[in-house]
Structures are given as C-alpha cells and as structure tokens.
Design a binder for this molecule. Structure first.
Ligand SMILES: *Cc1c(COP(=O)(O)O)cnc(C)c1O
Length: 396
C-alpha cells in the first residue's frame, strides 16, 4: 500500500495550482479558481478508472463507508453483515449509522464467504458490507448472487483494493456502491481522503448531498441551494484532492511494480510444500499490495512470523495477534466501549459481541502471514529479501 513511497513533483504541481488561486474549497468561487477543480477532476478520473458512471470524493474511507450505508438506506436497527477481518473503520461506520454489525465467517480468500453470509441472514438483514482485504478480492459472484436472491444491499469496502478487478471489472463496482480510501498507507494517498462509486444516479445524488449537509448543488449561489435531506460534512479539500489526482495518475505504474515484486517473492516461496497461498479468484486482478500465505498450523505460523522479524524481513504481519485488523483483539468493539452511548445500546436484541464464535475465521487467521509489497525496493533489495525469506523458511 505504497502511495507515500512515490510522492514527487507531480503532486507538488497539482497542490501549487490550488495554492496559486487560494481556493481550497471544492465548490463555488468559479472566477477565483481559474479553472482548477481538483476534486471534480479526481472524481472524473476515478470514475473512468473504475468504469463507473458516478464518483464522489469525501474526507476519508471511513466517511465513504458511512456515505454508502446512508445512500443505500441502511440506518437505525438494520443488520449489516460484515467480516471479522477488516480495518475496524468498517465496523465503526456501521455503528455510526445506528445499524447493527453482524459478523460472518471468512474463507481462504480472507474475505466473507457466501455460505457463511447466508447462514447469518435474518428478517432484519439489510445489507452485506463486503471488504476486499489486503489488495485482493472476495468470491464476489457468489455473494452478489446471494444478495440479489435475498434482496439485500451490497456495498463493497474496496478501501484496500483500488485498481483491482475480477474478470476485468473493477473491484468496488459489483455492488450498489463501492468505497475507497486514500489514507497514508493505501495504494494511493492524498493525506486523508476517500470516495464512493456507483452506477446508480439516485444513490449518487443522495451521496453527494449527504456528504455536504444535504445541499442539492444546483444553481450558482450556495446560499440559495435546496436541502432535500439532512446531511453532514464529509467533504474533501482541494489541497487533498490535488495530491490524490497526481497519485491516481501513477496507478498503472504502482500496480505493475507491485505485481512484479510480489510474483518474484511468491515464485521463490512456492517450492516450500508447507506453505499455501491465499485463494485469489482472479490473479490478474490482484493489486499485489500484500502476499498472504498459510502455514498448516497456528504454532508454525506464529513461529515463522517471529523468525522473519528476527531476520529483519520487515513488513510481515501476523494478524491473529495484531491489534489492528482482526476481531480477536478488538476489545473496545466486544465491550462496545465508546465515548458516549451508541445507538446500538438501545437495542435489546443486539448480538453478544463479547461471545462471538468464528471458528473458521480463527482457524484461517491463526495460520496466516501477510507480507507487505513495497514499490521502492531496488532489484538488489528484492533479491536480498528473497534470499532472506528463503533462508529463514529453509532453516525451518
Ligand atoms: C483504510 C480502511 C478504511 C478507512 O479508511 P480511512 O481513509 O483510513 O478512513 C476502511 N476500510 C478498510 C478495509 C480500510 O483498509
């Protein structure tokens, strides 16, 4: 997830355009901005890249998920099926909407499994929030078919999967709405930023209004605009959008580099019969931000992760013990610890988050190691890294 590795003159130039006009706001100031509309330009280019009709930029990936939920009509008391392996932001957005996260098992795609989703559907289920974790995709076709059959909203959290695709179709474009993040560790970054994409004009209209206090964005006087709905402020600034625009134009280079680096490491590791790799429904559409693989047993995985750390193979993650991405360590969520009472606290039949049982996900995550793939490795660094990795595994 290396946008920060390639910050350069292109980003500086786009930001300078904005600084030269002094217009930091994405709306209005038509004369003063001298033709610079960075947020709008970013939206047009991201829509083109993902092959969608509509794109709206916002202040973060978390905001994007919040916007998507609201635009798709997911609100108070609605159950939303989520994976236990994600960034906790996904869950926070559901709670923020007043909705109820319902966890389902993942499979060896490291994403939600369609049978597992089916198993937790209730009459209150409104949506499935499908997260494409660590740069690669879920078994989308099965989950989409299930959502269609059950009449559920499908939202894709593609915050970690910009530029990925399944059979040529961009991740984030299979459901009703797709979400992206441009925070500092994502494939491209603009400091803080996010986006939603959709082919549905109605959803887009709600999304872009909701993200700006319900403004309908018609006419040329902001003060006279209508407000069909209440909203909030999830706007992005022109400064951030300018950085993102320059970064987005580097996406082909980023993906090519990542894929080459990942392939070299994966090829070298393939000769170890005890290692198996994450299931990837379409290898060609993998963004290759991570190489994720499994050991036969938890103990072996934990040991190998330790050995990689000792040998100086940086960027290796054993998520099962990591506080960030897997439910096992999310004590704040399990106890619903929040600064103030959450809407879900009013629901009597909410899930018992302290006693959630996800044996299949535990079984997978306890055996999983993910390696970050960097852009900035030189040929030499990559070679040395592979030698180190192979050496560590060889020694057992
Ligand atoms: C990063 C991320 C988010 C949130 O994005 P921010 O821009 O950091 O708010 C949401 N979901 C997933 C899966 C992420 O990785």
């Amino acid at each position: 997830m290396p946008g920060f590795e390639i910050f350069g003159d292109e980003e500086r130039k786009e930001v300078q355009d904005v600084l030269d006009t002094g217009v930091l706001f994405r709306y209005g100031f038509d004369q003063a901005r001298k033709g610079h509309w960075k947020a709008k330009a970013f939206e047009a280019e991201l829509a083109k890249l993902t092959g969608t009709q509509y794109c709206h930029l916002c202040s973060s990936g978390t905001a994007a998920v919040s916007i998507a939920l609201t635009a798709c009509g997911v609100g108070a008391g609605d159950e939303v099926i989520v994976p236990p392996f994600t960034f906790v932001a996904t869950i926070e957005a559901v709670l923020g909407a007043g909705a109820v996260p319902v966890f389902a098992e993942i499979d060896e795609t490291l994403c939600l499994n369609s049978d597992a989703v089916n198993a937790v559907i209730t009459p209150r289920t409104k949506a499935v929030l499908l997260v494409h974790m660590c740069g690669s995709m879920a078994g989308i076709d099965e989950i989409k078919a299930l959502c269609e059959q059950k009449g559920l909203v499908l939202i894709e959290d593609a915050c970690q999967a910009l530029g990925g695709s399944l059979n040529g179709k961009a991740l984030g474009t299979f459901g009703h709405m797709g979400c992206f993040s441009f925070d500092p560790v994502k494939t491209i970054t603009c400091g803080e930023g996010g986006a939603v994409v959709t082919d549905d004009k109605k959803l887009y209209t709600i999304a872009e209004g909701y993200a700006d206090h319900g403004h309908d964005h018609t006419g040329s006087d902001r003060g006279l605009e209508g407000h069909p709905i209440l909203g909030t402020n999830f706007r992005i600034s022109e400064l951030n959008a300018a950085v993102g625009l320059a970064q987005l134009r580097k996406i082909d280079y980023i993906l090519k580099k990542q894929r080459a680096h990942k392939k070299a490491i994966k090829d070298a590791m393939s000769r170890f019969s005890e290692i198996t790799f994450r299931k990837i429904p379409d290898e060609k559409g993998d963004t290759a931000t991570f190489l994720s693989f499994f050991l036969p047993e938890e103990e072996q995985a934990r040991k190998l992760a330790g050995k990689f750390a000792d040998a100086g193979v940086d960027g290796c993650f054993y998520w099962y013990d990591n506080n960030w991405h897997y439910i096992r360590q999310w004590d704040h969520l399990k106890k619903l610890k929040s600064a103030a009472r959450l809407p879900i606290a009013l629901l009597e039949n909410r899930p018992d988050y302290e006693n959630i049982d996800l044996p299949q996900s535990d079984q997978i995550m306890s055996r999983t190691i993910s390696m970050l793939i960097k852009l900035s490795w030189t040929e030499d660094e990559l070679k040395q890294r592979i030698e180190k990795i192979v050496g560590v595994i060889d020694k057992g």
